[in-house]
Write a protein that binds this ligand. Structure first.
Ligand SMILES: *Cc1c(COP(=O)(O)O)cnc(C)c1O
Length: 393
């Protein structure tokens, strides 16, 4: 109803996808039911064969999950979406639906660590070959593409260094090789960046992060052309990594405030980045909103704001970084991000702890690096919280 009428993001975030039951509920209903009663045996047969579109079983058809799928599809500007039990389940479903033995995936080195583990431990085991390239090295992407390449996979901005890749250029490269570009849009969300409009074929999300926005539920979603999403639904129906209706309801409510939250996260992160940049004991701030950041211009072109995640290095090593983290009373020491609550983490010993020393060095994950997901608290309070530790260095 709202999806095709040219409504803006803010309207779609609140209205798209809602279907009211005969009760006329104003807020989206939560359909906690595993199965559905068929009005007749003939209708049951038609639904099982696919001749009729009604609900069958909540492993792959649930009205609350469908409302979430349609709302996020509208926000990303995609034809369809498939919700999954986690962000990783969305990426797994994509791989299982689209790849076969002998195919190649080209993946940026800086993607979420578990994504690399999924490709390395499981996709390779089934004969899918994966090549890794530096996110911003266009020549490396070009050099890695071959006749068997099916997917190019990346995140921009990257975690935790906020490197930025040119989505339109990578989409063109993928298409010239008959491959598809997948963008993990977790850090920006459609409020700040819409990869499909820039030429990408598929967007994946960890809904666990900003789509929820308040750290309550784990979930994921993929968005793209209907014929591709139909393939994912077949996998979901067969293998079952489905989103629960309860989580879908939480995410639906999260989407209603997505743009407001992303603007506020971005505002706070920008203020904090400028402030950190002025601190004598801070060596370098990685945030695309700072004009001196290497990805600033590209981010300004393909994003509407710079997002809520930044990282910085302090003078000293692990001990100094840990001192700053341990001195915080407001910022939570947790690896999660995209929460109203600010979080602070030491990547070298947590999120990137599984990398070899060589890979860490290559990825810029130094012992003095700290990552912050800037939440919605007052930014001066956050500064005071950080200053307690910074003042000790
Ligand atoms: C968290 C995250 C994932 C994985 O999502 P889960 O919901 O934790 O399974 C994938 N990509 C990025 C960029 C993430 O931050």
């Amino acid at each position: 109803m709202f999806e095709d009428d040219g409504y803006s993001l803010d309207t779609l975030a609140v209205r798209a996808g809602q279907v009211r039951s005969p009760e006329g509920e104003h807020s989206e209903a939560m359909f906690l039911t595993s199965s559905y009663v068929f009005p007749s045996a003939a209708e049951a047969a038609a639904r099982f064969s696919g001749d009729s579109q009604g609900n069958v079983y909540s492993r792959y058809t649930n009205p609350t999950v469908r409302m979430f799928e349609q709302r996020i599809a509208a926000l990303e500007g995609g034809e369809a979406a498939v919700a999954t039990s986690s962000g990783m389940a969305a990426i797994l479903s994509l791989c299982m639906a689209l790849l076969k033995s002998g195919d190649r995936v080209i993946c940026s080195r800086s993607v979420f660590g578990t994504t690399t583990a999924l490709f390395g431990r499981y996709m390779e085991k089934f004969g899918v070959r994966v090549s890794y390239v530096d996110l911003t090295d266009m020549d490396a992407w070009k050099g890695a593409v071959d006749g068997s390449t099916k997917l190019l996979f990346m995140e921009t901005p990257s975690n935790p260094l906020c490197e930025v890749a040119d989505i339109a250029a990578l989409a063109e490269l993928a298409h010239s090789a008959g491959a598809q570009l997948v963008v993990d849009n977790c850090f920006c969300t459609p409020a700040l960046q819409r990869p499909l409009a820039l030429g990408a074929d598929i967007v994946v999300h960890s809904a666990t992060k900003y789509l929820d926005g308040q750290g309550r539920c784990v979930g994921g979603v993929a968005v793209g052309k209907k014929e591709i999403m139909d393939e994912l639904v077949v996998f979901l129906r067969t293998a079952g990594p489905s989103m629960s209706p309860f989580n879908a309801w939480v995410f639906l409510k999260g989407l209603e405030t997505l743009n407001l939250r992303m603007q506020a996260h971005s505002r706070n992160a920008l203020a904090l980045a400028w402030w950190l940049d002025e601190q004598a004991v801070v060596e370098k701030v990685n945030y695309t909103g700072l004009p001196k950041h290497a990805g600033h211009l590209l981010a300004a072109k393909q994003q509407s704001a710079f997002g809520g995640v930044l990282s910085f290095t302090v003078r000293g090593g692990r001990e100094a970084a840990w001192k700053v983290i341990d001195s915080c009373k407001i910022l939570s020491c947790t690896a999660n991000l995209g929460d109203a609550k600010s979080t602070i983490v030491h990547p070298a010993t947590t999120t990137h702890g599984r990398l070899s020393e060589e890979d860490k060095a290559r990825a810029g994950i130094t012992e003095n690096l700290i990552r912050i997901s800037v939440g919605l608290e007052d930014v001066e309070d956050l500064q005071r919280d950080l200053l307690r530790g910074l003042a000790q260095l």
